[in-house]
Design a protein around this ligand. Sequence first.
Ligand SMILES: [Ca+2]
Ligand SMILES: [Ca+2]
Ligand SMILES: [Ca+2]
Length: 356
Amino acid sequence: MAAMKKALLATVVAAFAIFIGHRFLKLKEVTLASREVPLKHLNCHYLDNIEYGAEDITVLKDGLAFLSTGLKYPGMPSFSDEPGKLYVMDLLHPTPTPVELQITGDLDLSSFNPHGISVYTDETDDSVYLFTVNHPQHKSQVEIFRFVEDDTLVHLKTIAHPLLHSVNDIVAVGAESFYATNDHFFTSDVLSYLTIMLGLAWCDVVYYSPEEVRVAADGFLSSNGINISPDKRYIYVSDIIDHEIDVFERQEGEQLVYLKSVAVGSLCDNIEVDHRSGDIWLGCHPNGMKLSKFDPEDPPGSEVIRIKNINSQQPVVSQVYADNGHVIMASSVAASYEKKLLIGTVFHKALLCYLK
Ligand SMILES: [Ca+2]
Ligand SMILES: [Ca+2]
Ligand SMILES: [Ca+2]
């Protein structure tokens, strides 16, 4: 009997060890832990005033770019104690320079921690609304601002809701409505890590309007960047640790219908869509393990990926820029405007590059 118990115990221990080993291999696989990217550089220079990350950037049709800077996010490095800030920059200016936006109204600026951003332009009166994910005290809420004059944002409202619990990015679809991604299922770090280890696709996209708040799509390992096609018909979501972009059709009554996933081979963070061509631009993390470990001697790299013809039968996925972290670390967004390309990062600098 004792021998049988011992044999059984040994089997259980061995099975557990295999399971843990298998999960660690899985973790190495999802983080692309052994990936090194060969350099692929462009003619670029650093943006003035951006030293502590520009996690998200969005560009309007008229060449005005908005930047969300100074993010403090659990598990990510951050090298400034200052609160986050929002900047604006005119890409049509001969020497584009980010200018800090002055925020007026009822918002606590000392705990401002901006993350994903999106702009909604009301075509009827040309008013511009800037939506910003904000994490004061590591909470998740969405701030809506109105952009007035050259450098002022008027804070209109703060939106908080239990379904908006771990918001990463948003895409505005009206003056007060948006889709938002939750990048975690649990707010606890340990449980979140477990869901990744076990490969549980429990993250979702939430639709918010003053009348209705609901889960609009789910089944993501970790839903990160989100954006919309120029004709407003398609919604794109980056499932970052699944290494793919999921495409949804937006149907009547704000219903999202899943169409397909496009593999990108990298951990792509935010999504920007070129207004003219509809091309998808992605700021990606080539190696997620280097990002979470953060060793300045072996820094996390950067990668920009473009998808052409995403709604066709044959989308074309190509790498436009790659660096090993010695020029730019942890790219999280890439935004193109005519022949210019902006690259923003989670905690490092930002680049303005020129496309051939
Ligand atoms: Ca965004
Ligand atoms: Ca997926
Ligand atoms: Ca993001």
